[in-house]
Design a protein around this ligand. Sequence first.
Ligand SMILES: *[C@@H]1O[C@H](CO)[C@@H](O)[C@H](O)[C@H]1NC(C)=O
Ligand SMILES: *[C@@H]1O[C@H](CO)[C@@H](O)[C@H](O)[C@H]1NC(C)=O
Length: 254
Amino acid sequence: MVSLTTNFKALAFSASIFMVFVFFPFINKPISLQTNFIHLATPPLSQQPNDATNISHLVFGLVGSTKAWRYRKSYTESWWRPNVTRGYLYLDTPPTQDLLPWSQKSPPFRISDDNTKLLEETKHVAPIMVRMVHAVIEVFREEHENVRWYIMGDDDSVFFVDNMVDVLSKYDHTKYIYIGGHSECITSNQAFSYDMGFGGAGLIMSYPLAKMVQKNIEDCFRRYPYLTSADHILMTCVNDFGVSVTSHQGLHQV
Ligand SMILES: *[C@@H]1O[C@H](CO)[C@@H](O)[C@H](O)[C@H]1NC(C)=O
Ligand SMILES: *[C@@H]1O[C@H](CO)[C@@H](O)[C@H](O)[C@H]1NC(C)=O
């Protein structure tokens, strides 16, 4: 009986394949079908030899504040590799004298764009959150050559960079991918969404997705001026493009 069911399933499956192959050519022949076949003929970039994802393909956008940096920089300097890891720390105001000269062990800093006009126009309720998400535009503007992944983090996020390279190399960076971690706090997942990447754990976007986000994020601020957290804004905007989170177990918010 079991084998009969199995055979029947196998038969049904091959029948459906047969139907696809036999009947598909008669359905309106979409152009994209041909493109797909061409695409399949060349393996995706990541599977070609000598083109594995390495540390140089990752760009970090870290958002912090000048006031807190002196207490937080040791978190970042614990994992940041000067002249190896790519990216920037975005500060709200120019660094104060005690932070200068800027530590070589810290990521290079930038001052966040002035969003005053955007805030006036959108009447967004959470200016600091707008600044955090706006950093996607700013980091993309500076670093977009040979980038596969953008990782947005906080000034006290701790990343295990080699592990990230390993994990990210398994995903296809040429697709629209948004990777994040659930919250460790169940209530937060319920309040926000189980489909949200929570900040702190790092919000990871493939190059094509980040490109689309930076182009459209200001419209998202206009559409959702009432959202009060950066990770929620990002999720909502990414979802609007039809991309949902790839939840990666092991990304922790700690
Ligand atoms: C990373 O890979 C690129 C090729 O995509 C290569 O040119 C570069 O030298 C590699 N960098 C490191 C640090 O291995
Ligand atoms: C990083 O590179 C700059 C010049 O490109 C150099 O001045 C600096 O010493 C380097 N830092 C480290 C820690 O290697």
